[in-house]
Design a protein around this ligand. Structure first.
Ligand code: GLN
Length: 307
């Protein structure tokens, strides 16, 4: 089969991209082996191919944001979510204060917007635990298997949450947070500590790219309009302040996380997952970015490429 060979070769070609640093600010992540490198691809018929450390588990971190956004949209509707969180790229780092005049966070892919989005998941009356359960079940449905939380990573990040708490308090002061700042940050931090591997990311991406139907389990996880909205925001905001450059060089709606994960979803075509812990200055996986650049060029995946 040509796909596994392609992924193996891709990994070899990208292995010399050994710049960047493993994230040092979350103690539990700082110990990651910097040389880990896995890639995986899921097709629309639910076949998953992988290479290298494609079954090594790591915390999903910011890659949870598009899925949490999907759940909030599905649970509360587009209008309510848009009242609280915008859809404009911020051009700022992922943990910046980034608010519009109206007090809305600029988008759901940066921390300030993601904490806000988390507060919009499920019924407004849900307890903290019930909302956590909704997030766990929702992201598991996207992955097609029961995910679990890395409790050590969760505790370690919760102990260092002052910056996210400050962001949540700001949004709360603007009247755009649904609930209490501590609850929103607690739940958001737990959401970020879910464990996945590159194969899970590929399936999750393909589910988004297939209009919400998980190609492995056949479950319709969220309505199709939700995926259109999520992919649009990923395309414009998913790679933080490198989103414009990413769109021009790779051309695939994508989302990165600080543990080194990277997910790309090409509508109607393919879901791609990559994992390698060393990050560039912006917080995107160095080898992950390189792997996507190669794949996009080699398979002609760029969305704006006229066939
Ligand atoms: N949990 C991380 C944070 O809130 C996620 C950030 C990221 O992956 N960019 O800072």
């Amino acid at each position: 089969n040509p796909v596994p060979d392609l992924l193996d070769r891709l990994r070899r070609e990208c292995a010399d991209a050994d710049g960047g640093e493993v994230l040092a600010t979350i103690p539990e992540l700082a110990d990651a082996d910097p040389d880990l490198f896995g890639v995986a691809l899921c097709t629309i018929d639910g076949t998953v191919y992988g290479s290298g450390d494609d079954d090594h588990r790591f915390t999903i971190q910011s890659i949870s944001k598009p899925f949490a956004y999907a759940l909030a949209l599905a649970d509360r509707g587009r209008d309510t979510v848009l009242e609280h969180v915008g859809v404009e790229p911020s051009g700022d780092s992922f943990n910046e204060i980034s608010l519009e005049q109206s007090g809305r966070p600029r988008n759901p892919m940066i921390n300030i917007g993601a904490v806000t989005t988390h507060s919009l998941i499920g019924d407004p009356k849900l307890s903290l635990e019930e909302r956590d359960a909704r997030v766990l079940a929702g992201l598991s449905a996207f992955a097609g298997r029961e995910l679990e939380v890395d409790e050590a990573a969760f505790e370690s990040e919760r102990a260092e949450a002052s910056r996210n708490l400050a962001l949540a308090y700001l949004v709360h002061a603007q009247g755009k947070l649904d609930g209490e700042p501590h609850d929103a940050v607690d739940g958001y931090t737990r959401q970020c500590a879910l464990l996945v591997d590159a194969r899970d990311l590929a399936v999750m991406a393909m589910t988004l790219a297939a209009g919400g139907r998980n190609p492995v389990t056949g479950e319709q996880v969220v309505p199709t309009w939700v995926c259109t909205q999520v992919l649009s925001v990923m395309a414009t905001c998913g790679m933080y302040d490198a989103s414009g450059q990413w769109m021009s060089t790779v051309g695939i709606p994508a989302k990165s996380g600080v543990a080194g994960g990277l997910l790309g979803a090409l509508p109607g075509q393919v879901g791609i997952g990559a994992f390698s812990p060393r990050l560039d200055e912006i917080g995107n996986s160095v080898r992950g970015v390189r792997a996507f650049e190669h794949l996009s060029a080699e398979l002609g995946l760029h969305l704006m490429h006229a066939p």
